[in-house]
Design a protein around this ligand. Sequence first.
Ligand SMILES: Cc1cc2nc3c(=O)[nH]c(=O)nc-3n(C[C@H](O)[C@H](O)[C@H](O)COP(=O)(O)OP(=O)(O)OC[C@H]3O[C@@H](n4cnc5c(N)ncnc54)[C@H](O)[C@@H]3O)c2cc1C
Length: 461
Amino acid sequence: MEQCDVVGIGVGPSNLSLAALARPVAGLRARFLEARPRFQWHPGMMLPGARLQVSYLKDLVTLIDPTSRYSYLNFLVHHGRIYRSLIANQVGCSRQEFEQYYQWVADQLPGIHWGQRVKSVQVADAGFEVVCEEGGRFAAPALVLGSGRVPALPDFAAVFEGRDVLHSNDLLHVRPAVRGRRVVVVGAGQSGAEVVDHLLADDRELPASLLWISSRVGFLPLDDSPFSNEWFAPPYVDHFQTLPPERRTELLRHQRLASDGISETLLRTIYRRLYELDIAGGRLRHHLLPNRRVTDLRSHGSSHGSGLAVTLREGDTGKMERSVADVVIFCTGYRSPFPDYMEPLRERLVNEHGDFRIRPDYSLEWDGPDHLRIYVQNWAESTHGIADPNLSLGAWRSAQVINSLTDQEIYRLDGFSTTVTWARQPELDQDRDRGAVPPPPGDHIPVHGPFPLDLAPVEGR
Ligand SMILES: Cc1cc2nc3c(=O)[nH]c(=O)nc-3n(C[C@H](O)[C@H](O)[C@H](O)COP(=O)(O)OP(=O)(O)OC[C@H]3O[C@@H](n4cnc5c(N)ncnc54)[C@H](O)[C@@H]3O)c2cc1C
């Protein structure tokens, strides 16, 4: 059993960021266990031309430590690509290149054990004992769970999963035969749009028909506007956590398109391509159906041949519709189940209502001793906000974890100014009480910018 200070489970972008930011911390023995034999980033969806949906500055380290050698810019310099990349003036970098960057960082970090799938975690005297299917055994007083989300496939579809019914996560593993067949794509987020774009890309591989189904009211764009983007900055996380659970759920619903909408460039590409295909003689029959939910899937056989009967419910009228397909691709997102390997500890992590509580430093509340900590990456959307499953706050979240587990301010985490003021900040009232912030003139609420907030409580409200 190897003893260390912290064990990270899973090495996707989240724990890779942690590993990169932990590397310069003297004396911190960090080990990371990854089931795959090498770093891969959603390989089943690494479609040609797919682009990163955020700035490349949201890499593993830059927004917390721009001097780190593990930055994307350093990767470009190291590979002699920096000038060409600049001249290419790409609209965001490609996901393929970002995966190469991640692999380059992963190759430089000691302490990552590839091909080690964690099967169980127990508590013992030395802290947590982590056991891998391949035989690796590690002990540490702290764990960081970074094993990611899992594809969400409706139960009625799971029974048919295979070559013709699949989740988008497996698209390039399965490579369903689509040429000349009836294809249904379920889901109109970024993944659904990327799949549709992929299906339309090659004239020689076109399906006979394409049904693209959106449960939303349309095929809606990503809200990438500046003020909405402040939901993806640390001050908003601080605010979000203070809200009651019902309000957080409501806000996440309102903000969904800032995370799960379709990039506008991709929407335009698909629209243009469908138009071109139509004027070229309509070799592809296509129907885009918004406001529908797929409610059932069954085998279908008739005198005209066999296939899969797809049942839909139309949102406004509740009317049921049916279509027959050969291939159905579910782009229905991901979910965050409780990890199997944590089952032995489940009872010690939930409160009397059966809920998990995640503290501001991303550690889970539990009934064990306080010096044994379990941190979570990409598991805190409901408590820490819409940015949690996204790359935006990855470096900042990892830095939070490092500061918390070393009990030192290794990385500076405060002092980010905001343009939007999310709520009255009580600490400023305290500052005012101490005389640090002068009282507001009169009783009006002053306009404020990226300066200390001086928002006076208004009497009588
Ligand atoms: C196709 C796609 C594209 C995306 N593009 C963007 C984007 O452009 N911008 C953005 O901000 N966000 C994007 N996201 C969202 C998010 O950034 C990614 O999902 C990101 O990969 C999450 O990183 P992660 O490390 O938390 O999880 P993952 O990347 O899922 O990594 C988890 C790792 O844990 C390993 N693992 C699982 N179980 C075990 C176990 N028991 N033992 C050991 N290892 C285990 C897995 O093999 C995997 O390597 C995208 C998501 C998808 C699906």
